[in-house]
Design a protein around this ligand. Sequence first.
Ligand code: MTE
Ligand code: HPA
Ligand code: MOS
Length: 751
Amino acid sequence: MNSAHVTGQSRFLDDIPELKDTLHAVVFGSPVAHGRITGADLSEARDLPGVVAIFAAADIPGENQIGGILPDEPLLAEEILHFRGQPVFLIVAGDAHTARQARSKIRLQYEILPAITDVEEAFEKGAFLFPPRTFRLGDVDAVWKDCAHIFEGSAATGAQEHLYLETQGAYAVPLENAAMKLYSSTQGPTLVQRIVARILGLAMHRIEVEVGRLGGGFGGKEDQATAWACLAALAAWHLHRPVKLLLSRHDDLYMTGKRHPYRSLYKIGLSEDLHILGYEATFLQDGGAAADLSPAILERTLFHATNSYFIPHVKATAYSCRTNVPPYTAFRGFGGPQALFVIEAAIAQAAESLGIPAHKIQEKNLLAEGDEFPYGQRAEAPRARACWERAKAAYDLPLREKEVEAFNRQSALLKKGLAMMPICFGISFTKTPMNQAGALVHIYQDGSIGLNTGAVEMGQGVHAKLMEVAGRALSVQPSRIKMEPTDTNRVANTSPTAASSGADLNGKAVQHACTQLLQRLLETAGKMLQSDPATLEIRGERVWLSGRPGDLTWEALVAEAFLQRVNLSAQGHYATPDIHFDRALEKGSPFAYHVYGTALVTATVDVLRGRYEIDRVEIVHDFGNSLHPAIDQGQLEGGLAQGIGWLTLEEVRYDAEGRLLSNSLSAYKVPDMGSAPKEVRYEMLNAAGPPLAILGSKAVGEPPFLYGIGAYHALRNAMRAFRPGLHLPFEAPLTPERLLLALYPSETDPL
Ligand code: MTE
Ligand code: HPA
Ligand code: MOS
């Protein structure tokens, strides 16, 4: 797609040519999960030739606080160490190798304190990061007596490493006037600007943050890019020299937070005819050692407790537990996938107990127009059933089921399973004030266009989408438009590029700016052609008069507008209308719209070896009017693969002392071509997108991740084809090891 990537021209942080006198920094991280610092011997490290400085908490001129939502996280540890890898010292040297050597010579003295690494232990001890929250609809306690079937159980999902190709990093360049420019690999330039200003005790206008592009973020650089930028800035501020800090892969793996693991309890009640009448869920979120984005992620879990189903009586409670591992953080889906896993587990348990396929229950309960979510919003134009029906028909669910049954009858050692997976994902930042964006559009005298927005390009294609939006708004060729790097000096007060809303929010801001420019140009054209501007339009780089193409070209019009001293720059701003949420009531209408879809997943398990394959994933997805089908396809396939990885291969493990065991790519398996589904087919649901989606093109970054849950259930169903009465806890990831051990419980007991 992106030829600049393929030809190596794309510039990532580490490709920025270094200025003369640039220094390099590495971080000394806590060697224990929980401890009290009693002293430190830095002399040997300081004496190493090439070492320029070593900084600690006491060297921070402003406030030693990087918490974005809650102020509970120091940039550099003061007295207490809360997790292994927590930054304690910053070592600056002429080159990174020397800085790393110096790091190994630091002797930190500490007392070890008892560490909590188990979420249930944290829960029992009341170690919470912030108070729990509960969403309620109807009266769940009263409904159980009306239920013909009630099931209770538990479910657990694991952490997930982002494994962005580009590790975390920043390059800080001191400027005149006590100012600083930062190049940061961040999804949130304004957040970096705000926190660096806080750390240095400066006003925000002294800090400029520029982001060209990221080699992937996946949520891992929404909040957790900030610390590294602050550290580089701290050193640059003291030393008056440019400082670069780029984490090695190993440091990135053990120092940064991952997707939150959850342990959850559920209770589900159904009527005789399979309507879900009541659902109760208790989510234990493992938050790690500081709040980070956990409050917002916990909230999104509650918003997604019921997936794409209408359930009249619901109670969902979520706790965020403090443990001594790196703070868990945003990751594609932002707590939503964890919630969907639980409701799908509850439905699967009900189906298994009743001896029916889960899709019979799923299908009965899909959202319809006007249905109320537990948070008060009503489902508008819900496409849950449309996607479901289309998937069922297009991919012939009854035929697929027959094929699977026939295969399983004749095959002893390979077993197949299938699962339907409907999804529903709310689009907007759950924190209403974050749903705004800005754009700054310049038309140069020659008719070329510079486009500035707050959107960060991280491989998801938002820049291409925004160029498309500007191209359509001004009716010019995309080749006339240049996307500028994201920079806080040009577009201020931006939200991070996250919540899948980058194209919607920034695209609407671009439209707003372009509308102003277009109006000014049409007025100029009106004067030139002595016509009423209302009868004119610009189409295909030409001015049209009363619906007919004229001779006045885009270039000539722009050139004349410049001579007429017309302002050819415009700033646009957008704030999503009509969304709101009341935290006191836990009710409101927080989402601009929802994205729906249904996947049919088929998998084959080798019951002798525990190996498996995802044979086929067939999806009907609600893209709306896709602005860029190739990008949307990439997001669908990439999200799906990442979702499957989360639930099958990827296993993050910490030991009881909070040491990351899966700390290399030999110990942590991510999906590759060998484990990708053998076949992925998808169809765009033929339905127009809502007005709050940019040009009707629905947000696509996160929702497809949720289809991965279907792969978990397809595998589970294949296992049950081999062992019909199998007791298999709803625990992910379902790695080949775990799968094999589950298939042969008695054989493995003696171990
Ligand atoms: N796709 C690529 N290639 N790289 C990424 O880092 N991040 C995902 C998704 N798709 C990501 C990606 C996440 S977590 C989000 S929230 C969205 O992209 C953010 O971009 P958008 O708002 O423009 O969709
Ligand atoms: N999604 C992603 N990132 C966020 C959100 C959200 O809802 N809220 C705050 N940061
Ligand atoms: Mo995405 S987890 O909202 O960066």
